[in-house]
Design a protein around this ligand. Sequence first.
Ligand code: AMP
Length: 218
Amino acid sequence: MVLILFGAPGVGKGTVGTHLSKNLNIPLISSGDILRRNVKEETELGNRAKSFMEKGALVPDEIIIKMVKEEVSGLKKGFILDGFPRTLNQAEELEMIMSNSSYQVIHLEAQDNFLIKRLSERRICKNCGAIYHLVNIPPEREGICDCCRGPLYQREDDQEKVVKERLSVFHSETKPIVNYYRKKGVLKSVDGSLPLQKIVNLIKEKIDHDSDKEQKGN
Ligand code: AMP
């Protein structure tokens, strides 16, 4: 099964995806993480992507499509996508990448003001990538990861000015995908401002419901 987690920056795709990945036992593929890894390792594609990411702009389709294609090739049991697709062109390319696999899209929705506040209080572990929130999911010890004791940091693109740019890009370039998936009948909406466990449970219910229908041949 392929599950696409769709939604604005900061709505919780990464955190929700990490929980679902453990629950469903399929890997989480985050396009943002793939890009950050390439930037850190100074690969050719990473060097090309860097300046777009710093501004909060989208990385050109040809770069990210190539990276995601490589990452998901051979994942026979399925996967969860976080942050991809972000343009209609990416959505169409993804259809080809997935060939005949069935897929569902979960649209996590929340207001921009809520997201700006949430992102400015997000902290990430430099070592293992665990995600914290200064108020909602604080680490036991300030600035230190509970899982691996690594240092926590704020992503440069989580600063308010860049967050506002990322949200504006989301509304103009990414949101049109909602209609694309709605027409295909694969889109389910979930309130992204609910507590994490509630969101995870709601998504699992929606997926279970759909696999039941598939098994009954509806
Ligand atoms: P994220 O961690 O998903 O918020 O992504 C961080 C940044 O990586 C974004 O602001 C974009 O610059 C870039 N990025 C991630 N995924 C994509 C994508 N599917 N298409 C284009 N750019 C992307």
